[in-house]
Write a protein that binds this ligand. Structure first.
Ligand code: PXG
Length: 442
């Protein structure tokens, strides 16, 4: 049936696919043609269990009725409204809902269309904020090694993933990096937050001493680094980063594109860890991945610093054609409603211990050198094949796909982040299949 509705073109050459080995893919394409709940259907009619919530974004699972209906209705009512100097009700309503669900300090919402744009927006707001409060020398930005903040120039500059940077020239100037929070010798196979490594935040003091605090606008980190292979914050680390940034008048930005919307069992990681940054970037789960939308959540302190001068003056020279797009806003409202009605954040928190034990049951499987987990996120790190990094994990991905399970890999790390509607039986199937695949891998 699916084949009839979605014929696969014979010619795949025109579409230059993102972050994909195009030539390899087009030799043996992997196509999804429909999805529902926890499953995708492939072009050849197979069911594939979604162990990754798409790309960490379909937190409520697929084809959720409220979201489908909201998008259909909105498209028929108001398809587009200009984003500058005009408004429409749903963008305001969604901002209110986001404010209500976010931790208290976050009272204002700036819309974007992706995680990458949220990051650029937050970095620009940080620098402009410092200027607005008379701290115009603060223009430096600090990121972290192995950090992923999307693929635009600001994001790859503060990011720390070598292949995402090295092909693209000189990037932003005035950027420095903290060390990654990964201490495999001390922390391998830790369940949940690792014990060792809070001291890594003290590296910020060295960077501050090197450049002078009066030159630094903001520090941006993922509270839990997802894309690079699930690196957790050691106990006390985020608290210390907060302390040091506050002491030196430096803004702290949490990039919550992955950790937002229930992934860790709470609305945002800021709430989960009890550490409040000055801005939160989000995207992905905001609309369940269905329509592109992102946002930056800012405190009143930041927002109000811009609300000066004559009231007819534009306060922030920044925004996108699709900021707060009506269909995206409708999708966002229906998504938040679905999360709330079904108690999905709570559900993630309740399932986390079962998830943890299932994942760690892979400890003695071949090639496994570390397992990391938090909320409904898990990573299994494999020993690379000597001289052929990434090959072993990618083979595991292909083998899992053949056996009807979708996982993600980055380097030789397998990352999983299922929709929060997952059942225990799905967890057993996901981990069981991965276990079988690992046992058969070379
Ligand atoms: N920040 C973080 C923390 C992210 O994880 C982005 C920004 C960029 O978002 P956009 O919407 O511009 O892609 C991300 C995106 C993976 C994977 O497999 C992760 C992301 C995207 C695609 C794949 O780990 N993260």
């Amino acid at each position: 049936m699916a084949l009839d509705r979605n014929p696969v073109p014979n010619d795949l050459s025109a579409f230059w696919m993102p972050f994909t080995a195009n030539r390899q893919f087009k030799q043996a394409p992997r196509m999804f043609v429909s999805a529902e709940g926890m499953h995708y259907t492939t072009a050849d009619g197979r069911q594939v269990l979604d162990g990754t919530a798409g790309l960490w974004c379909c937190n409520a699972g697929h084809k959720r009725p409220k979201i489908v209906e909201a998008i259909q209705a909105q498209a028929a009512e108001l398809d587009y409204a200009p984003a500058f100097q005009m408004g429409h009700p749903k963008a305001f309503e969604l901002a209110n809902r986001l404010r209500d669900m976010a931790p208290d300090p976050f009272q204002h919402v700036f819309y974007t269309n992706s995680g990458s744009e949220s990051v650029e927006t937050a970095l620009k707001i940080a620098i402009a904020y410092q200027r607005a409060i008379g701290q115009g020398t603060r223009t430096r930005l600090i990121g972290r090694e192995r950090g992923y903040h999307g693929v635009n120039f600001g994001g790859i500059s503060v990011g720390g993933i070598v292949n995402n940077r090295k092909f693209f020239g000189s990037l932003l100037t005035g950027v420095d990096h903290l060390p990654a929070t990964h201490l495999p010798k001390e922390n391998a196979f830790t369940k949940g937050q690792p014990q060792h490594g809070a001291h890594l935040a003290d590296e910020l003091e060295k960077i501050v001493a090197l450049h002078g605090p009066e030159t630094i606008a903001a520090v941006i980190v993922e509270p839990m680094a997802g894309s690079t292979g699930v690196l957790l914050p050691p106990k006390g680390y985020l608290e210390r980063l907060r302390e040091i940034t506050r002491k030196h008048g430096i803004l702290l930005i949490f990039d919550e594109v992955i950790t937002g919307f229930g992934r860790l069992g709470s609305s945002f990681a800021a709430e989960h860890f009890g550490v409040m940054p000055d801005m939160i970037t989000c995207a992905k789960g905001l609309t369940n991945g269905v329509i592109p939308m992102g946002a930056v959540l800012a405190t009143s302190e930041i927002h109000d610093a811009f609300m000066q001068g004559p009231p007819e003056a534009i306060e922030l020279f920044h925004g996108y054609t699709y900021s707060g797009n009506p269909i995206a806003a409708a999708a966002g409202l229906a998504t938040l409603e679905t999360y709330r009605e079904e108690g999905l954040f709570q559900r993630a928190a309740e399932l986390a211990p079962y998830w943890q034990e299932a994942l760690h049951s892979l400890k003695d499987h071949p090639h496994v050198i570390d397992i990391r987990n938090m909320g409904l996120i898990g990573a299994v790190e494999l020993e690379p094949i000597p001289g052929q990094p990434t090959k072993r994990a990618f083979q595991a991905f292909l083998d899992c796909y053949e056996k009807g399970v979708l996982i993600r890999t980055t380097g030789d790390i397998i990352a999983m982040s299922p929709p929060l509607i997952i059942e225990k039986s799905h967890i057993d199937e996901l981990i069981g299949t991965l276990g079988d695949v690992l046992k058969a891998l070379h």
